[in-house]
Ligand binder design. Structure first.
Ligand code: ADP
Ligand code: MG
Length: 350
């Protein structure tokens, strides 16, 4: 009897040692969180670090980066690069910050790849509908067609060498609302990484970027809001070291006679895009996820899926008006016993 006990004791000791070795580092990590209202939304962040003082400092720098960039990119802020570009439309080139230059060049690429579904010269239409002003309205046909004439991303002339941007006609206006948050949280997460942070979560009103894994080595689990029930979750997606961004028709909208008019506008018609009610894009960075969530929303189910399938490292979860969930080929769906929809990556280690 006694003899047989020894191996058990040894096994238990080895297991305990392994347990301590594997679990301890995670146990040491402290959670540091912060919430601030920036970019017209709630920006929440969470990092795991052994040194909470360093974590706190890293977050201070990250949030400082957000407010620095917001001042360049917001068309509502006087003196921002975007405001200067818009004011000089049809007149002169404007010298801009390297950050504004980067966003504009990358946005024009998405404009090209999406066949114009994503268009950063959407401002005349957004203004006409009144989104962002608190005074929304359905535009009349004449003014709609006037605004439509001004919306064309090919009107944006960029001189990379000189660092200037020029809008070729008076009245053309940039609106980076479909992309700024994604670009900015990427930059904020870069700041955290430069400060030595390896595990972090950043959420700017549904634009999410995570750094690394959670400290216990498991992926981050992100809930996609149900587009028709605020308290419910449509699906849970597991990601590591990447970004997930949702565009929906339920964030900014108004209703007239039961018809919903929301802020993602089809540049071809000038009307809110119809067919999809929620598009979530997963990609390596939040810029890509943010730009394509808006682009795919405009393109609709079939063309949207085709676009995403053509982009390596990009996947999407699309919800149609009849509340059906569709996914692209790099993702897998599992329905758990409690009827929760679980989405994971097949090929890549998100
Ligand atoms: P959210 O801002 O709710 O996260 P999006 O990323 O989809 O959602 O951005 C919507 C914003 O993008 C609009 O408020 C507007 O500023 C801008 N926008 C609307 N339609 C387009 C479009 N077709 N292309 C580019 N930007 C757009
Ligand atoms: Mg977007």
């Amino acid at each position: 009897m006694k003899k047989r006990l020894i191996p058990y004791v040894v096994i238990v000791a080895i297991l305990a040692a392994l347990f301590i070795l594997v679990i301890r580092p995670a146990g040491d990590a402290k959670k540091v969180t912060r919430t601030e209202f920036l970019m017209d939304t709630i920006v929440e962040s969470l990092i795991y670090t052994k040194d909470s003082k360093l974590g706190d400092e890293a977050l201070t720098y990250a949030y400082r980066e957000i407010s620095r960039l917001e001042k360049f990119l917001d068309r509502h802020i006087s003196g921002s690069d975007v405001t200067k570009i818009n004011q000089a439309a049809g007149r002169e080139q404007v010298l801009v910050s390297v950050d504004a230059m980067e966003v504009i060049i990358r946005s024009l690429e998405v404009g090209e790849l999406s066949g114009g579904a994503f268009d950063i010269t959407i401002a005349p239409l957004i203004k006409l509908w009144g989104f962002g002003t608190g005074d929304t309205q359905i535009p009349g046909e004449a003014e709609l067609s006037e605004a439509l004439d001004l919306v064309d991303y090919r009107q944006v002339q960029v001189d990379r060498e000189a660092g200037t941007v020029f809008l070729q006609h008076a009245g053309v206006e940039l609106d980076l609302g479909g992309i700024a948050k994604g670009f900015i949280i990427d930059k904020a997460v870069e700041v955290l990484r430069d400060k030595g942070i390896t595990s972090a979560y950043f959420d700017a009103g549904g634009d999410i970027r995570v750094l690394g894994d959670k400290p216990d080595g498991t992926p981050w689990r992100i809930g996609i809001r149900h587009p028709r029930d605020r308290r419910d979750i449509a699906a849970i997606v597991e990601i590591r070291d990447s970004a997930i961004v949702t565009s929906g028709d339920y964030e900014r909208y108004f209703q007239v006679n039961d018809e919903r008019y929301h802020h993602i506008i089809d540049p071809q018609t000038g009307m809110p895009a119809r067919g999809l009610i929620s598009v979530t894009v997963v990609a390596a960075d939040a810029f890509t996820a943010d730009a394509y969530s808006t682009a795919v929303f405009v393109l609709g189910l079939e063309q949207g899926i085709a676009l995403v399938e053509s982009l390596p490292g990009v996947e999407a979860i699309l919800i149609t008006e009849d509340e059906q969930v569709h996914i692209t080929s790099g993702l897998a769906i599992q329905i758990t016993e409690d009827e929760q929809v679980h989405i994971t990556a097949i090929s890549k280690g998100w």
